[in-house]
Each structure stands twice: as C-alpha cells, then as structure tokens.
Design a protein around this ligand. Structure first.
Ligand code: PDD
Length: 287
C-alpha cells in the first residue's frame, strides 16, 4: 500500500505527490523542515517543533503556509491516514516555485510557499536495538554554513559526514569547529564525566534541538548536573560516557569515538536512565 502524502492542501497517494522543477527547495535548498516523532500514534513535542518551524521561517523571511493549529491537524491526519503507530512525520516548507530561476526571493504576494508532509513508519522506534548497544562516531571538520540554528534542508554536508562514518564502519559523525565539537550530523552531542552532563551551549553554531531542551529539563528535574559549554573530542574520548539526542533517536548512547571505546564499549548508566525518563515523560505529553 502506498503512502498518503500531504502536498499544498491535498492528501494524495505518494505516486501523485509532485512539486514543480522550479521549486526553490529543489533549486536553492531554500526551505526548512521539521521531524516530529510518533509514539503510539501520537505526536511527541509537537509544540516545540511548530515553534522552531515558525522561527526558522521568520529568520528566512518566509511566509508560514499554515497556523500551528492547521499544522497539528495536518500532522494528525497524515498519521491517521497512514496508520502510523511508531515513526516520524517529516514536514518541509520551501519558498515555492517562482516563474524563473532567480537568486532573489520572489514576491510572496505572487509566489506561495510549498508545503509537503509525509510519514515514515518505524515499528518499535522506542525499543530500537541500537539503543541497547550504542553507536560509534567519528569526528569530521564542521564545514557547514554559520546559521545552523535555522533548520534548513541544506543537508549535503551532514550526508557526507554520515557516509564518511559508514565507510569507517561507524554510525555517525560529530563535527568539529575551532577544535570543539559542535553537534552530530543530525543530532545534538553530549558527554558525561563524574556524573556531570556536558553539551554545547545554544548559539548559531548548532541546531536548538527540541529533544535537547526536553532532556536537559528532565535531567535537571532528576537532580542531575548539567553544564552547557563546548568540549573537545579529546575530552569526549576521556569521558565516562557519551550520547546524542534527536527526534528520531531520542537519547542514544555513544560507545566509541574515533576508534576509542567509552565505558568498556557499553551504553552508560546516565544515557540509559535519560532515555527511559525521556520516553516516559514524553509519552505523557503526546498530542
Ligand atoms: N535532525 N542537530 C542537527 C544538525 C539536526 O539535524 C537535528 C535533528 C538535531 C536534533 O534536533 P531535534 O531534537 O529537534 O530532533 C540536532 C532531524 C531528526 C533529522 O534531520 O532527521
């Protein structure tokens, strides 16, 4: 059975879901996106994702194609039509299709944004086998642009990072700028030393993860110590444990960094506990 996809106001079978070849998302990566996880058919942290989408659009002077309530309705409808129990909702908004290829933004009165929403079913997402064994990361230089706080669809460099990791028999790459870890290719990065959780402070250097915000809040509520500051890859390799967070992985332990094992190559207690807390608490607030 093919998926039902939402495109510019219509729910259509994926084979019939099309956007223009002149779409600025296609020609200029002039678009933003959000990934919201689905557990038991309900949306995790929807309001966080909707708020970040609005911010990304605002930073790019792009019109929002739908209100928060309309977006929620679309998300719920697409989950229901595709009978997604566990998985993801992917949403992309671009500046639309102008008449010609032109670097200058088109007049928003004449060109309306493109909106596409689709689902990816991932049965057993909360019990992903990787979460029991952890992932291995390599480090790569961070060669992305300087506005990583905007969730744009310019994902070529993160894809390259993931491919470099794969070629090394690893799962992901942590990116390094000025000797300091910024984040993972599609996740925020953390280390734990002597019980203190360390993750890079928010700025334009990293994406302001919705999972990050929730996990740090839960960690503080559980009386865990948190330091928001940059760290080096050497500090990470000398840490007791490490992990990543994102809407698609929740809290995922990291057990190897650039070939060096952490915590005997097994997921650490802090990451394991935070994953449990995150899943328990998030399930209580799904919509
Ligand atoms: N990625 N940093 C980057 C560069 C990301 O692409 C993501 C999310 C995150 C984590 O943000 P959040 O907790 O809001 O998912 C951090 C999504 C999942 C993706 O591209 O698939």
């Amino acid at each position: 059975m093919s998926r039902i996809v939402y495109v510019n106001g219509a729910y259509v079978p994926e084979e019939e879901a099309n956007v223009s070849v002149f779409d600025r998302g296609f020609l200029f990566a002039d678009g933003v996106y959000e990934v919201t996880s689905v557990l038991d058919g309900r949306l995790v942290d929807f309001d966080g994702h909707a708020a970040r989408l609005a911010r990304s659009l605002g930073e790019l002077e792009m019109e929002s194609p739908a209100s928060r309530d309309e977006l929620l309705e679309i998300h719920r409808e697409i989950v229901s039509r595709n009978q997604v129990k566990d998985g993801l909702v992917y949403l992309q908004v671009t500046r639309g299709a102008a008449a010609d290829r032109d670097f200058a933004y088109p007049d928003p009165e004449e060109v309306s944004p493109t909106i596409v929403v689709f689902t990816q079913s991932k049965p057993g997402l909360a019990d992903a086998p990787q979460s029991k064994v952890g992932i291995k990361v390599i480090s790569v230089p961070d060669l992305r642009w300087k506005r990583r706080d905007i969730k744009t669809v310019q994902l070529l460099y993160p894809s390259m990072g993931k491919m470099l990791a794969k070629k090394d028999g690893c799962d992901d790459a942590w990116m390094i700028e000025d000797g300091l870890v910024t984040e993972g290719t599609s996740n925020n990065a953390y280390i734990v030393k002597d019980g203190v959780i360390v993750t890079r402070n928010l700025s334009n250097d990293i994406l302001h993860g919705i999972t990050r915000a929730a996990v740090l809040r839960f960690a503080k509520e559980a009386q865990m110590q948190v330091q928001e500051r940059p760290f080096t890859i050497e500090e990470a390799q000398a840490a007791d444990e490490a992990f990543i967070t994102s809407a698609s992985t929740f809290v995922m332990p990291v057990v190897e960094i650039d070939g060096l094992e952490l915590g005997g190559g097994k997921p650490g207690p802090v990451a394991t506990r935070l994953r449990e807390i995150y899943l328990d608490e998030s399930r209580k607030n799904t919509v």
